[in-house]
Design a protein around this ligand. Sequence first.
Ligand SMILES: [Zn+2]
Ligand SMILES: [Zn+2]
Length: 174
Amino acid sequence: MRLDITKGIQRKGVEVPFDLVESWGEDRWNGDTVTYLRPVSFSGTYMLADETVLVRGMARALIQSPCARCLAPAQTAVTARVEEAFVRDSGEETPEGTEDSYPYTGHVLELDDAVRTALLLELPSRILCREDCKGLCAQCGANLNETTCSCQKDLPARNPFSALASLLNEDEEV
Ligand SMILES: [Zn+2]
Ligand SMILES: [Zn+2]
């Protein structure tokens, strides 16, 4: 995602609107493969002040990632506010106070890193394919949203009356 700032160079101190759309493929995030399902959009304004470009805008994406419980593809619509400073790369050491900014050369800003980071940070830490996803059976791996398995029957039954019954039995013994 590249932003041509020629207009802003000619009119320093003026906010110049931009509207960008680009198709992205896959990405890695928290050990998972995430896919951008729709073209990513980023619109806002930029402004030049000396050699620094301030970029402000909203990024939008539809991101697919594996469900935390059943691993089926889950979709999340993400909107992220992006507010970053780009400082012209003079080839010298980074000036003090600009460590958090992105470098640029010429009249084009490379926005991918800033937009990507903002979007992925908006993803919830646990993404579910649906609110009540039943997940996978811990024993046989069956997807419990699609099927039932017999594993659960092997779990010891929790019968509230069994505790009471043992109490009654103890009474009888007295
Ligand atoms: Zn799921
Ligand atoms: Zn099972």
